[in-house]
Write a protein that binds this ligand. Structure first.
Ligand code: 13P
Ligand code: ZN
Length: 274
């Protein structure tokens, strides 16, 4: 391998940043992406690592993924620029053994640092990795307009959002049968929103941030991106239907249809919301 960009994880990471940009979910520096690398990917990339940069405290700490390596977007960096200049806009960071500090080992050139939402990404990675036996590797945060718009319309509860989204598009109860979590409006980028998002990730694979955006997780880039796309599409359909009907929907998918659709594809709907 004569360039780190030949590592498929790095290549797919860059592609997903561009995919999100193409969808219109990443105005300016909005949104961020992290990927927890597999040991064999770390070994493949290690010849390109520099170990002379300092450790920086993260503001949160969890030893469960201490010592692991993450590909991350840079804070203040634009998703639209990742594909043309990856080494300036993304990087690889190593976590110390306590899981409380990071150091950049590749990329994030010219003094860039990991996304300001790295604490949220990291705590969610810790929770999901444990819950899925290490399967979950991707955390994705974006600012899709329709799901954000719904946070001005619906009560800010997991039940209200899950039902509205499930009922907007038949695939939804199959794609996210547990529903989505909701975090009330908070200041972005700190330990508080990280703890609140992590708490929701215990129960859901996606978490809405009121008046801000959406967080999704998954075992690979396709699933985390697909979950973002499915939720945003359902939110768009819900808003289109409300707008076209003056806020009064004539009919929708029946409650029992939600469970039946999930079951037909081997999934179990979260019946707490029915
Ligand atoms: P960063 O540029 O630090 O990733 O922040 C963007 C964002 O969406 C904050 O929530
Ligand atoms: Zn954001």
């Amino acid at each position: 391998m004569n360039s780190i960009l030949q590592c498929s994880a790095v290549r797919l990471f860059c592609r997903m940043c561009d995919d999100g940009w193409q969808q219109g979910w990443h105005e300016r520096n909005g949104g961020n992406l992290t990927y927890r690398m597999r040991p064999e990917e770390v070994e493949l990339c290690r010849p390109f690592f520099r170990l002379d940069r300092p450790w920086t405290s993260m503001g949160v700490s969890d030893p469960r993924l201490g010592g692991e390596y993450f590909i991350t977007t840079g804070s203040g960096k634009y998703m639209r620029n990742v594909a043309s200049a990856p080494e300036e806009n993304i990087g690889i960071v190593e976590l110390d053994s306590s899981g409380g500090a990071w150091r950049t080992v590749w990329g994030l050139e010219n003094g860039a640092v990991p996304t300001s939402e790295f604490p949220s990404h990291y705590l969610c990675h810790c929770i999901k990795a444990e819950q899925t036996g290490g399967e979950c590797r991707v955390m994705y945060h974006a600012h899709p307009a329709n799901i954000v718009a719904l946070t001005f319309v619906l009560p800010l509860t997991a039940r209200d959002f899950s039902l509205a989204l499930w009922k907007s598009e038949t695939e939804c109860p199959i794609v996210f049968p547990n529903g989505v979590g909701v975090v009330e409006w908070m200041i972005p980028g700190g330990a508080e929103i990280a703890e609140a998002t992590g708490e929701m990730m215990r129960r859901y694979d996606a978490v809405v941030w009121a008046h801000h955006g959406l967080f999704t997780s998954g075992p690979d880039f396709d699933s985390a991106f697909g979950l973002m796309h499915t939720i945003e599409k359902a939110a768009q359909i819900h808003i289109l239907a409300l707008s076209a009907s003056g806020g009064k929907l004539r009919q929708t998918i029946p409650d029992e249809g939600l469970s039946a659709a999930a079951m037909a594809f081997g999934r179990r709907l979260n019946e707490d919301f029915i």
